[in-house]
Write a protein that binds this ligand. Structure first.
Ligand code: 6PG
Ligand code: NI
Length: 186
């Protein structure tokens, strides 16, 4: 049977879903503990909150091995010296995920309990993210970074496991002359 809910429309000009089934934003206030410099975070929040990224989803019904299509729009910017990033998570269940970068210049951080790796992630990059790795995207460019993800509806998000492991120890910050980025490890 063909289900109406199984169809959607992606606008390639504006790089957005026409009728997302869900849409949410994550703000600095939702990710306070993730940034290196807490005093900078508090200073920013004392005057205004910042939207770091927006996620739009095309999500069919749960189960049956169904997939989700989502588009993340990660703003350019820094908190102190540190570039904006997505929070990052493990999947609760053993499902991989595909990331496709549509626009912008970024880095993809992958971590497991013992290791972290950094990969270029920019317009055209496709990454198959193995189910064992927590994943985070950092926007190191000066425009919006947009990427598509496709993953199983039952993958689930485990943010706690990342926190329990002490978070991502790889930090992406502006270089001294502010012209590029550098990688610092805590
Ligand atoms: C995934 C999602 C992706 C992600 C957002 C926000 O990685 O499983 O497909 O849409 O949820 O990019 O990242 P956080 O979930 O880490 O906040
Ligand atoms: Ni994921």
């Amino acid at each position: 049977m063909i289900l109406e809910n199984d169809f959607s429309f992606f606008d390639w000009e504006y790089l957005q879903l026409e009728k997302p089934t869900d849409i949410y934003v994550k703000k600095l206030s939702n990710m306070k503990e993730q940034f290196i410099d807490n005093s900078v975070v508090l200073k920013i929040l004392s005057s205004a909150d910042l939207v770091l990224y927006k996620v739009e989803k095309f999500e069919p019904e749960k189960g049956k091995g169904n997939l989700i299509f989502s588009v993340t729009s990660l703003y350019p910017g820094t908190v102190g010296r540190e570039y904006f990033f997505t929070q990052g998570h493990y999947h609760q269940n053993d499902f991989a995920e595909i990331y496709i970068c549509l626009k912008g210049k970024g880095l993809l951080l992958l971590k497991d309990k013992n290791n972290e790796q950094v990969y270029n992630f920019e317009k055209g990059s496709i990454s198959h993210i193995n189910s064992n790795f927590a994943h985070r995207v950092v926007n190191i460019g000066d425009e919006m970074l947009k990427f598509i993800s496709v993953y199983n509806v039952d993958a689930g998000f485990d943010y706690e496991k990342v926190i329990k492991e002490g978070g991502f120890s790889t930090k992406i910050v502006k270089s001294e002359n502010s012209k590029s980025y550098k990688i610092e490890t805590l």
